[in-house]
Design a protein around this ligand. Structure first.
Ligand SMILES: [Zn+2]
Length: 477
């Protein structure tokens, strides 16, 4: 398409989608190619600030974001510098004001990144390199790239003068990768800043894109909860040459064997039910039939085996237990005073931690085996699907890929979403790009993390449309 025709078309599209009563001279068309290039540069500079956690250093990224927001005339505050430890950390909060007829939307990302082992990288992970059509660096995907897409979509809304019924709130947190203290401190200290927020997006979506083909747009409405346990058995230390009944190691091993063989019950949450029904369209014959009604399928041995053989499907259908850490004696000839094990338990959103613990204690059937939590489980996270925001995502997704669908895969990992959800905010995992699964698997917490310039451009425009559609068509009378 010739450039002129293309830009006129874009111009018309911006206006065509706007509420009828708000058409006015104040709205400015957006040059999307220019905005993409600007966003790539801003992301590259963001990646240059090393926020490896520990120790974070997020005050520097917060100052960087604030400078950009100041320049755009969007009020921003650096918060929690004294509360977040060690020194040099911060949260950032900004708000683009709308007319206040509807509640606000918050865009949340974390500024910290996991360590990068430079020995395995082809490029310097903190050079902010733009090469071969990609922005390279630690955090490009998890999740500085998303953060900058949040920032630039908000800025694009302001620059283009789209009338907003909902304020857009922008939050950048510290420490998601370790203790989540950034989000926790923010929610504890600033509930007032979140009081009018109805919807919140952050990481934890999952758009399935393989070999250049999009299977679906995945919106995270629920996630598993970590409920790690430390098991201990005490005994009497003695010499290994004289076996004794007071050896804690075999007692612990017997308990672990029972836990390892215990099968947790299957349970289908509403989001998981929808996910299976949605993906059924990609299958044929019996498998299509099974996925269309998982509840019934799980009563059929052949179907059940096929479904549970998929590690991901198995994990979203039940509480899972993985035996991971083991410690007995550090000398072959010494019976230790204590033997211990760590267990990685992941609860479904609606599971009761106390009940599962009681069940496991019953399975073990030995009061000498002591259970101690390694961390408190986060609040449950399951957000509703029938909302204006979810429908806005569906509309923006269908604009781009008319044949694609939006579904709700459950995240088996953990994010900061439950921390915000406990305030009653409808919280979604939303990834604003189509990253090849192979690229994501290699890059997220791995090596050569990168985001294509094409995806940067796609993401800003996609999120801009979602935010615009989520305003609804109602305007102030
Ligand atoms: Zn992350």
């Amino acid at each position: 398409m010739p450039r002129l025709v293309r830009s006129v078309r874009r111009w018309l599209l911006v206006f065509a989608a706007a509420p009828l009563t708000s058409l006015g001279a104040q709205q400015q068309p957006i040059d999307w190619d220019k905005l993409r290039d600007e966003t790539v540069q801003i992301l590259a500079d963001y990646l240059k600030i090393n926020t490896t956690n520990p120790t974070g250093n997020e005050l520097q990224t917060a100052l960087y974001l604030k400078r950009i927001l100041d320049r755009e005339g969007i009020e921003a505050q650096i918060l929690d510098t004294a509360e977040l430890k060690p020194a040099g950390r911060a949260n950032l909060y900004a708000r683009l004001k709308g007319n206040g007829t509807k509640k606000a939307i918050a865009l949340v990302h974390h500024m910290d990144v996991v360590p990068a082992d430079t020995r395995y990288w082809a490029v310097d992970p903190f050079a902010g390199l733009v090469k071969d059509g990609y922005v390279w660096g630690r955090g490009a995907l998890d999740m500085k790239g998303e953060g900058i897409i949040h920032l630039m979509a908000m800025i694009a809304l302001k620059r283009s003068g789209v009338p907003l019924n909902r304020d857009i709130v922008f939050i950048a947190n510290s420490d998601e990768e370790l203790g989540s203290t950034g989000a926790i401190v923010f929610v504890q200290r600033h509930p007032d800043l979140l009081a009018d927020v109805e919807y919140l997006i952050t990481e934890g979506g999952d758009n399935k894109f393989e070999n250049g083909k999009l299977a679906y747009y995945g919106v995270g409405i629920a996630e598993k909860r970590t409920f790690w346990q430390h098991l201990t058995v005490h005994g009497t230390p003695s010499h290994g040459s004289r076996p004794t009944k007071q050896n804690p190691v075999p007692r612990l091993v017997a308990a672990l064997d029972k836990i390892g063989r215990y099968e947790t019950p299957l349970h289908i949450t509403p989001g998981v039910d929808k996910y299976f029904r949605d993906i059924a369209r990609g299958y044929t014959g019996k498998q299509k039939q099974w996925l269309s009604n998982v509840k019934v399928a799980l009563t059929d041995p052949a179907a059940r085996q096929w479904i549970l053989n998929d590690l991901y499907w198995n994990a979203i259908l039940r509480n899972t237990i993985s035996l991971t850490g083991l410690h007995g004696s550090n000398k072959t000839n010494v019976i230790p005073a204590e033997a211990s094990a760590d267990i990685d338990i992941r609860l479904l959103p609606d599971a009761d931690p106390k009940q599962l613990l009681a069940t496991l204690q019953g399975v073990v059937g030995d009061t000498a085996v002591q259970f101690a939590p390694l961390l408190a489980p986060k609040p449950p996270l399951e957000s509703p699907i029938e909302t204006e925001f979810f429908h806005a995502i569906e509309k923006a997704a269908h604009d781009r890929d008319p044949n694609a669908y939006v579904t709700t895969p459950m995240l088996t990992g953990a994010t900061d979403r439950p921390t915000y959800r406990q305030l009653g905010i409808v919280t979604y995992g939303f990834d604003p790009f189509k990253v090849e699964s192979a690229d994501a698997q290699r890059g997220v917490h791995g090596n050569d993390e990168r985001l294509s310039a094409e995806n940067v451009g796609f993401g800003v425009h996609y999120l801009y449309d979602v935010l615009r559609y989520a305003q609804g068509t109602r305007v102030t009378p």
